[in-house]
Design a binder for this molecule. Sequence first.
Ligand SMILES: CCCCCCN(CO)Cc1c[nH]c2c(N)ncnc12
Length: 228
Amino acid sequence: MKIAIMGAMREEIEPILAALGNYTIEKYAGNIYYHAEYAGHELIIAYSKIGKVFSAITATIMLERYGAKALLFSGVAGGISKDLKIGDLIMASALCQHDVDITAFGHPEGFIPESFVMIESDEDMRSLASEIAVDMGVDLYEGIIATGDQFVASSERKEWIEKTFNADALEMEGTSVACVCQNFGVPFFILRAISDAADGDAGMDFDTFLKSSAQVSAKFILEMVKRI
Ligand SMILES: CCCCCCN(CO)Cc1c[nH]c2c(N)ncnc12
């Protein structure tokens, strides 16, 4: 099967490419797409650049141009839930956009007409991931991931997102990728390893833990590909 593996930053897919060894590359529409074979599957790998716009473009290309039949996202996130510490894995059960606001018309935060606040991720891939976590002996948290075009580095903003969306983690691409996949009817799986707590220390912690947390997520995603 043709499987898309996406990250937002180069550091998020580098561990994947390193594990694959050889691949071909194609530049297209502002991204570099890496093609490889792994565990009997064809992989198409790319990092989008940060944010909802760029990640929506890359996800669309992966499905429309390269014909991916499933999309796995590997990356890092800011932790909200107190159960999440740096390096922990969380898969999205559902995702929302915390910076969408047309409340002036009486709509709830994060709501867009003819759409929904929450996008549910693929259950089959989530249950496969739970099995893999047991086999790997790693903790895999499942929860709501909030997406917005801002790096959250303040407890006040983090607490508003938690209160408003009951979110467990936050980042800048998951919900846009989920929205693309849902519109195309392609199953998606969003996995993040925590790099910071989205508080006053977030910037420093992110710089310190980006690489190691990206590695944790990438390793798990490659296990997923083997078992999908
Ligand atoms: C140049 C620095 C770019 C950081 C991009 C961070 N990604 C966005 O997906 C994940 C992420 C980790 N921690 C975060 C936080 N506290 N707020 C938003 N997003 C995140």
